[in-house]
Design a protein around this ligand. Sequence first.
Ligand code: COA
Length: 169
Amino acid sequence: MDAAQIQIRRLTPADAAVYRDIRLEGLQFNPEAFGSAFEAETAEPLTFFSEWLGGSAAFGAFHDSELVGMAGLLIRQGRKEAHKGLLVGMFVRASARKAGVGRQLVETKVEFTRHRVELIQLSVVSDNEPARRLYERLGFLEYGIEKEALKQDGRYYDEVLMARDLKPD
Ligand SMILES: CC(C)(COP(=O)(O)OP(=O)(O)OC[C@H]1O[C@@H](n2cnc3c(N)ncnc32)[C@H](O)[C@@H]1OP(=O)(O)O)[C@@H](O)C(=O)NCCC(=O)NCCS
């Protein structure tokens, strides 16, 4: 895949059907990468997905009008936490990986977020090397580990906590 042909744009509630497809694919094939579960979201109506797109700043990567990747951002609620954004739901379809789609999604997200929050945080399962490398390359630094952050099928997963400071120098 040629990364130059990738178009990144904000997803809107009108993208709910394609967003649901890629979201469920991610939950099904990379369950360890998400806090949510396929079994829970596959039972949800389309409005669940359109409402999520309406309430979060989600971006999609399109190739030949197919949605091949996505990333979401939640700005923390409450006066004392509104300076922080949380990168969530990062996923690139297996057929589109290792072409720079993930990098473009995170870079777009950072530029979108720069004037809205001072810090972007994320958490990534400790043995997810591709994702950790991607975030490190893009300036995210580790600041902690949450032991046994997720539990699936009786197995625990530790998560590495990472953040990128967006304050101007
Ligand atoms: C993590 C993930 C989002 C990365 O997406 P991606 O589109 O493959 O990311 P990129 O292409 O930008 O970078 C990945 C690798 O491809 C390489 N790459 C980028 N462009 C390339 C190109 N044109 N040719 C060859 N390799 C390339 C990068 O150098 C990088 O290599 P590395 O991992 O050995 O360091 C993807 O693997 C994924 O969706 N995984 C499952 C879900 C997941 O883990 N989500 C994160 C939860 S925190």
